[in-house]
Write a protein that binds this ligand. Structure first.
Ligand code: HEC
Length: 474
């Protein structure tokens, strides 16, 4: 037990009532570190006494994560900031950086909150004024994904297991489609993504990705993908597109992924790491990977691991944690994904053939309890860096490259949702993120974001469960 003066000071103060803007006396490890080593000079609300303000977003000594880590490690001897490089490990310092970023964000959110649109109210964002319009307001249970059929009707998945139809008039049909696959709603699992074949007009295929229970052991599940057709309100002609070996089914209820997109005659899809951590690095295991297959499930011969006898040949990229956003930029056919990090370290990635996205060897976040992750490594040779990381996390879910015509200045921008309720507009230019604007928050947990064929931007929400769309207000 350390009995330094500052730790004692911190422990006494920790018992006092704490302001809600500051640190708390919880069992959060990063919080504990702060109380032990930093609070004496930077204060509970991080506004600083002897030391400077650490939550106002003004970084006098450099604003990148690297700058902040360097100050903590080397100190600022002339100013009285001690060096912690000998007493704290690199991973502890990394977790403090994540912690400070969380506080910085909550100060920023308080002083200039992102737009919280009211029904019918106009929001003026950087490029466009928009309004939020209800699409489906009631009778949905944890909607997860939305897809558009050529006749103007739409399909919605509900996580407990149903596939619902919104007809061309906009009415949500009360009866789900009959005979869809049995799914298990295991924590984060259930009926997840739905996608329409690009040749739907001639082939009629609809793709479903869901948590599949093992027949002989219902408590173990894995992501499975099938395609089928809807005839007379019933699911028919089912074919399996992706299914893992029974050994890979697990009782973990987390990190199924998933999303499906089509491009250039291929189907791309995500299988989350299912809580398997290092298994994401192992190409002989199905979890923590993005796949490329033909629409009928066959494996393209030029897939990056097709010739590797030990690898699963459908794998396109690996080292993923739990991506739940996947989209294509139609201009150059580049694939983009958003991925849930742990606490901090949510990622926006450009997905390259055969590349390793680093989980869990590198990551910009920390464990949920504030303890550091691995070696606190955020970069390593041979592992991809995200184009953007969100620390603190937005709980990234749902991603679309906007291809509509109703918001011309948004064309080809990316819209990323998050379960924390924020919708981000991201602009990529020459391979770099040049804008990340929070377009809205406060409508609920954003589960899915889609460009509608009508050019409106559709958002699937949970808590409350509904679908809305952004329409121009100019
Ligand atoms: C003994 C007092 C003291 C302690 C303990 C202390 N700091 Fe500091 N810290 C300072 C001073 C003084 C500065 C310089 C303030 C200035 O530039 O005005 C500073 C600056 C910083 C900065 C740079 C801020 C900026 O604007 O760029 C960071 C980051 C920081 N401290 C983090 C920490 C963390 C994290 C801890 C705990 C591990 C910690 N400090 C513990 C005194 C302290």
């Amino acid at each position: 037990m350390k009995t330094s003066r500052s730790a004692f000071f911190a422990a006494c103060l920790a018992l006092a009532a704490l302001p809600d803007t500051g640190v708390s006396a919880s069992s959060d490890k990063a919080n504990e570190l702060y109380l032990e080593s930093c609070v004496s000079c930077h204060a509970f609300n991080l506004e600083g006494g002897l030391g400077g303000n650490l939550a106002d977003g003004l970084w006098k000594h450099g604003s990148t994560d690297g700058d902040i880590a360097r100050v903590i490690s080397h100190g600022l001897p002339d100013l009285g900031m001690p060096a912690f490089g000998k007493t704290l490990s690199a991973e502890q310092i990394r977790s403090l950086v994540v912690f400070l970023r969380e506080k910085e964000k909550s100060t920023k959110t308080k002083s200039s909150p992102p737009p919280q649109p009211k029904e019918g109210g106009v929001v003026r964002s950087i490029e466009h004024a928009y309004k939020v319009e209800p699409v489906i307001d009631a009778d949905l249970t944890t909607p997860w994904s939305l897809a558009f059929l050529p006749d103007g009707s739409r399909l919605v998945t509900e996580r407990p297991g149903a596939l619902r139809i919104i007809d061309a008039d906009g009415t949500l049909l009360p009866e789900p489609v009959n005979g869809t696959p049995q799914v298990i709603e295991l924590v984060q699992g259930g009926m997840l993504d739905v996608a329409i074949s690009p040749d739907y007009a001639t082939d009629g295929w609809i793709y479903l990705a869901f948590a599949d229970p093992l027949p002989r052991d219902e408590k173990r599940a894995m992501l499975k993908i099938v395609r089928g057709r809807i005839r007379d309100h019933a699911w028919t002609d089912e074919e399996v597109i992706f299914q893992a070996e029974p050994d890979f089914y697990t009782s973990a209820g987390v990190h199924f992924g998933t999303r499906m997109v089509f491009d250039g005659g291929y189907l791309y899809f995500i299988v989350g790491e299912r809580g398997g951590n290092m298994q994401a690095q192992d190409t002989s295991r199905p979890n923590g990977k993005i796949y490329r297959v033909y629409p009928d499930g066959r494996i393209p011969e030029d897939n990056p691991f097709a010739a590797d006898k030990k690898a699963i040949p459908g794998i396109w990229s690996y080292g993923h944690r739990n991506p739940q956003g996947l989209t294509i930029d139609p201009r150059d056919h580049a694939i983009y994904s958003t991925e849930h990090g742990p606490r901090g370290g949510d990622e926006f990635n450009l997905i390259r053939k055969g590349a390793n996205y680093g989980w869990p060897v590198i990551c910009h976040g920390m464990n949920y309890d504030g303890s550091p992750l691995n070696a606190g490594l955020t970069a390593k040779e041979g592992m991809e860096q995200p184009l953007l990381h969100w620390t603190p996390s937005i709980a990234a879910c749902g991603l679309t490259c906007y291809t509509g015509y109703k918001f011309p200045n948004w064309k080809y921008d990316f819209f990323a949702g998050g379960l924390r309720g924020e919708l981000h507009r991201i602009r990529v230019q020459n391979g770099k993120v040049v804008a990340d604007e929070i377009l809205l928050s406060g409508l609920g947990r954003i589960r899915d974001v889609r460009t509608g064929p009508d050019g409106f931007l559709y958002i699937v929400l949970n808590q409350p469960d509904r679908i809305v769309r952004l329409v121009p207000a100019e």
